[in-house]
Design a protein around this ligand. Structure first.
Ligand SMILES: Nc1nc2c(ncn2[C@@H]2O[C@H](COP(=O)(O)OP(=O)(O)OP(=O)(O)O)[C@@H](O)[C@H]2O)c(=O)[nH]1
Length: 611
């Protein structure tokens, strides 16, 4: 089961590497909070560092007066095989192995100062230290700044409360195992550690009471009431400790001698002799390790399901946030082109089916254009009066002899002019539909969602292209109308029955020839011709519109844009991909957290399979 504690150690290490300190960012799921951790809680100079050092069996923590521990120290102990060299590693330094523990102490001091400054501020950002040794048990312990009642010189008054808040944030978590340290030469009733532990763990289920400085008690007094659980009952037994005194430290008494001395103290003590087997730092270390094992065993399946649940949540959020934006300009250009192509696909789906909208273009040809053609005011234009006026004007002083050729031409040409309106209107109607489809397609292109600037640029580029297609289309349809005027279909007129053939009286006088019937016949002939042209245009205008606008839009809506893109500098490309910074930050946080969950899952898997 050693491996189970090692597993938690490794996951905790990954948590720290990947920025999961438990409560730094409440919008992200935390793994740290679900892992059991032993936190050392106590007043200043209560002996916290000494207890930690005794558990480790090495001398490596900074000492001094005032607030020495000013950042949480996450200490992970890894038991190695006998005979292996002891060494320490800092997470902020990397793989470097420290075998000289006095340098470890200096690095803790320096690293504390790097973040908090020398003015003895405190910081919740932990220092992560791993110790590999054959003489330790697998444990993760967190050393916290000592609770204090007064700020020392140079510190703001608020530091007292800040320390308490930081300490509480650790011990409040239900997964924290509290190592509440109280010096035996202090009244238990005034112990800050006991006070806070009682508040956050009233049942005493996760609190281990540790009494230090038993050797410093006044002669004639003892701590049996506390150690035997009569003063303050906890679920776990109290452990008494005798650490090195300041004098021992000054005399460089090593940890082995200190442990020896401690063992002797209990073994030979008339008061504590009967408790000797359950006292001392070695016993405390084993007790904690055993407890941690049972806690982890009980929680491992819960941790695994939490890991799975959070992995799923993070993966789905990340897929919603989209991939991160590339940093080099080549990759950025590639990304932009990819996004443009995605937009193009959506746009084409609108035109060709799959998404709605393309059918509205057919509506223009099938309904709007025929209606507009039918509504043209030919009745008025080819009225008897107008025809007579046009014929007379065309004839001039010399009335026509056989047929009013000039008048026919004028009437037809002026009638055909009316087709310009519906032709242009069809072009505009399709233009607006295409514009609307572009707008919709941009909104529907998932890849573009995050990039407002790129969206705007694509919109401008696509609309510019559509304007060009519209101009071209208008020219084409108007030319088709003009072509109808340029050359009339001779056959149509040749096939018209001559008035005489139609049974008209060949002896009719000239006056008869200019009667109302004559003009009406001219009107009817012109009307038939115009209606024939109308039928033709009804079929050809859609062809021209599709050819010039729809087909072009499908083929190369963003062609110009692509050419411009190729000329852009790196800075301009980056501007197109200027994602919302909040979003970028969120993606980064999520992917780091996901990395952690995946690593944790692998770790748990490997332990479960090798159990
Ligand atoms: N005689 C004796 N001295 C002790 C014992 N435990 C700690 N000390 C001494 O008490 C002083 C404070 O001990 P530390 O271990 O530095 O206490 P701390 O709680 O870590 O202190 P801060 O980190 O400053 O809050 C040191 O001089 C230790 O040598 C003990 O059991 N017996």
């Amino acid at each position: 089961m050693e491996s189970v504690i090692g597993l938690v150690n490794r996951i905790q290490k990954a948590c720290t590497v990947l920025g999961d300190y438990g409560d730094d960012n409440r919008s992200l799921p935390t793994l740290w909070n679900s892992l059991p951790t032993i936190v050392v809680l106590g007043g200043q100079s209560s002996g916290k560092s000494s207890v930690l050092e005794s558990i480790v069996g090495r001398d490596f923590l900074p000492r001094g007066s005032g607030i020495v521990t000013r950042r949480p120290l996450v200490l992970q102990l890894y038991k190695t095989d006998p005979g292996n060299e002891e060494y320490a590693q800092f997470l902020h330094i990397g793989d470097k192995k420290f075998t000289d523990f006095s340098i470890v102490r200096k690095e803790i001091q320096d690293e504390t100062d790097r973040v908090t400054g020398k003015i003895k501020q405190i910081s919740p950002q932990p220092i992560n230290l791993s110790i590999y040794s054959p003489n330790v048990v697998n444990l993760t312990l967190v050393d916290l700044p000592g609770l204090t009642k007064v700020a020392v010189e140079g510190q703001p008054e608020s530091i007292v409360q800040e320390i308490e808040n930081m300490v509480r944030s650790y011990v409040e978590k239900p997964n924290t195992i509290i190592l509440a340290i109280t010096p035996a030469n202090q009244d238990l009733a005034t112990s800050d550690a006991v006070k806070i532990a009682r508040e956050v763990d009233p049942a005493g289920e996760r609190t281990f009471g540790v009494l230090t400085k038993l050797d410093l008690m006044d002669k004639g007094t003892n701590a049996l009431d506390v150690l035997e659980g009569r003063s303050y009952r906890l679920q776990h037994p109290w452990v008494g400790i005798v650490n090195r005194s300041q004098a021992d430290i000054n005399r460089n008494v090593d940890m082995i001698s200190a442990r020896h001395k401690e063992r002797e103290f209990f073994a030979t003590s008339p008061e504590y002799g009967h408790l000797a087997g359950r006292m001392g730092s070695e016993y405390l270390a084993k007790l904690l390790s055993k407890h941690l094992e049972s806690v982890i065993k009980a929680r491992i399946s819960g941790i695994m399901s939490l890991v799975n649940k959070n992995t799923d949540e993070l993966e789905s959020e990340l897929s919603h946030l989209g991939r991160p934006v590339a940093v080099d300009s080549g990759a950025q250009l590639y990304t932009i082109l990819e996004f443009c192509r995605a937009f193009d696909r959506v746009f084409k789906e609108h035109l060709e089916g799959g998404r709605p909208g393309g059918d509205r273009i057919f509506g223009v040809f099938d309904y709007q254009l025929p209606v507009a053609l039918r509504k043209l005011p030919f009745d008025r234009h080819l009225s008897f009066q107008n025809i007579r006026k046009v014929v007379s004007e065309a004839d001039g002083y010399q009335p026509h002899l056989i047929a009013p050729e000039q008048a026919y031409r004028r009437l037809i040409e002026s009638s055909l002019n009316y087709f310009r309106g519906p032709a242009e209107a069809s072009v505009d109607a399709v233009h607006f539909i295409l514009k609307e489809l572009v707008r919709k397609s941009i909104g529907e292109t998932q890849e573009l969602r995050r990039f407002r600037t790129l969206q705007a640029d694509i919109l401008v580029a696509a609309n510019e292209a559509l304007e060009r297609f519209r101009d071209d289309s208008k020219k084409t349809v108007l030319r088709m109308v003009d072509m109808e005027s340029s050359y009339l279909t001779v056959d149509f007129f040749r096939k018209l029955p001559q008035e005489a053939e139609k049974g008209g009286n060949p002896n009719a006088s000239a006056a008869d020839r200019y009667n109302e019937g004559h003009f009406r016949r001219i009107g009817s002939n012109v009307s038939s011709y115009v209606s024939m042209v109308s039928d033709t245009l009804r079929n050809t205008i859609p062809k021209a519109v599709v050819h010039c606008q729809v087909r072009e839009a499908k083929r190369g809506l963003l062609d110009h844009f692509y050419t411009q893109l190729g000329k852009k500098e790196a800075r301009q490309l980056a501007q197109l991909l200027d994602e919302d910074p909040v979003l970028m930050e969120r993606r980064q946080q999520c992917s780091r957290r996901l990395e952690l969950y995946k690593a944790a899952r692998d770790e748990i898997d490997s332990v479960l399979w090798t159990r």
